[in-house]
Each structure stands twice: as structure tokens, then as C-alpha cells.
Design a binder for this molecule. Sequence first.
Ligand code: GDP
Length: 359
Amino acid sequence: MTDTDTHDPTSLRTPIVAVLGHVDHGKTSLLDKIRGSAVIEGEAGAITQHIGATAVPLDVISTIAGELVDPDDFDLPGLLFIDTPGHHSFTTLRSRGGALADIAILVVDVNDGFQPQTIEALDILKRSETPFIVAANKIDTVPGWNPNEDTPINDTYDAQSDRAASRLDESLYEIIGELSDEGFSADLYWRVQNFQRNVGVVPVSAMTGEGVPDLLAVMMGLSQRYMKAEMEIDVAGPGVGTVLEVKEEKGFGTTIDTVLYDGTIRSDDTVVVGGTNEPIVTDVRALLQPRPLAEIRTESRFEKVEAVKAASGIKIAAPELEHAMAGAPVRVVRDRDIEDVIEEVQAELADIAVDTDEQ
Ligand code: GDP
């Protein structure tokens, strides 16, 4: 019996978070800042580096966010950030015909405002009906800004000169106006009552960490409030995921980096994977996770695990993965009829093909 068998059959998984926005507006820096804060604040091992994703558990979020997040108010286990920001990965990564990400952060440089890729990102979010919040980034570059590392926005705002504060206000209202021009009713996040109707804007700095507590608190609150039902999964059930990347790996042959969003995958499972020609039926040879940094010098970068449950990023080594396709579905067969699973994968592949033609 594996660890996952002993859990309550239905359980809440981590929402999957994607980061979008115009080039150089700070997507990578923001992800790095969140990861960095989580490493510093968390107990050893509290933040887990997955394959292609980073899991930030609720207790770490609550330590970073301080009074903004009381862990007793939440039963979602945290947030899983997809490590590759950008539109391409967002649009290729799909699940059951929708976006793989449950929620998104749209990063906008406060000084630069809306740019072509900002508008493109909004179109993608609109089309995929993905809930999102706007991170108005680089507030530390507002002229006269007095930085206060890692503090909630209201604390640092109160410490600013009137001039710096009103300069920030002007930039934020410009962003709110631009969102409105694109058909989104938006406001500063603390004024938003209903996040289903209004987009929340969170002022942040990926450099100084100001506003990052707020950003995590809003993401967590939005997920808990509006997405809890979608996060209910059958953890012990057969795993379902999406291929992030197909990669040659020394000693393992062709592997697929996969984000699992439902159920469990075990190291002795048979899986059906979407391929360039047809679905591939194969037996898992190994499930691989990144080894903790301290151990990497002497051994392989990866360690083998027996099972993983959603939501997580995992590398799957198996024969015949050469024609596996990024963005394609992965489904564990377990005790189901293999033909049914192949059909499901085929149907999902057909969906992807239709969408690609439309773009
Ligand atoms: P991406 O292309 O959206 O991933 O943007 P990057 O994260 O690579 O950031 C682009 C540049 O902006 C880099 O030089 C970053 O150091 C800088 N940058 C990002 N966020 C901030 C911020 O909050 N404040 C300041 N001052 N610079 C930032």
C-alpha cells in the first residue's frame, strides 16, 4: 500500500498558477522573488522544487504574508507556480480543453503600462476564462520611492512621501483605466469585493519584495473563495496530467516533464501519452523529482519516487516517448479499460489540433 492510498479519497489539490505579461515587465523576477522568500521563510523542505514547477505550501505563504494570511481560514494546501512564465507555455499547456493553469498573474510594469504583449495576455486570459490578478510591478522605481523590503503594500505606502505616493497612484490608475479599455472592470485589490466581477490590482516590487505578501494573500484568497470546488479531486484515482516538455536525459532516455492535475501516478503504472502521430501506450520506468541542492554534487540531479499526487510537476521516464508532444495529455490507465483511456487521449488531442488551427 502506498502513502496515497491511506488518504481520504477526495481531497483538495493545490491550484496551478501561471505568470504572464510583456517582456521585461518582471515575470521571471517575480517568480524568483516568491521562490526566494519561500526558501528563506520556510522550514527546510517546506518549499518543494518540482519538475517545471514550484510548490509553496500554505504555512510558508502564511509566514511570508504575516497577518494577511491566517492559515486557519484556508483548506487549500498552497499554490503551485509553473516555472516557465509567458504566453507560449500558457497556451500550449492545456487540460481537458481549458487552460492548465487555474489562475494567473498578469505582470505590468508600473512605469511602462500596457504594451502589446499585455493586451495579448489579456486576450488569452479572456478566451480561456482564467481568473487572474494584475501585479503592478517595479513600484520601487517610482521617483522618490523609499523601499521597505518584503513588507505589505499598506505599510510601505504609509512610509512614502506624498509625492512618491501620488506618483504611484497615478500609475496605478492608468493601469486600471487601461484594463477598463480592454473590457475589464478593475480596482486596487483592497477595494475589490467580488473578484469574479472585478480584477484586483496588487502593487508589488519583484526587486524589494514589497507587496509580495499581498500578492500571495490575494491569490490564496481568490482560490479558496472561488475555486475550491474545482480543486476537489480523487487523489487515489488514476493520474491525469499535461506534458510540459519532452527531454532527453542521460541514463533515462527520452523523458516527459509533466504537470499532474488529478489523481496519482505510481512508478509501476501504465500510461497513455499524446504523441505527434498517435497516443503512446507505455509503462513507467521511473518517476523522477529534482534532488535537493545539497545532495546534487555527488549523485544524479534526480531522485526516484514511488508515487506522486496532484498537483505536482514530475519527470516520467518510460520507453517509446520519442514522439511525445509538449502540451499533450498524460493519463494513467490503472484498472480501467486501456481502449477507453486511449480514446480519451485521442479526443483531447483532437481538441488541441482544433485550437491550434484557430490561432
Ligand atoms: P520578464 O521578461 O518579464 O521575465 O522580466 P525579468 O524578470 O527578466 O525582468 C526584466 C528586468 O527588469 C530585469 O533587469 C529585472 O532585474 C528588472 N526588474 C524586474 N522586476 C523589477 C522590480 O520590481 N524593480 C526593479 N527595479 N527592477 C525589476
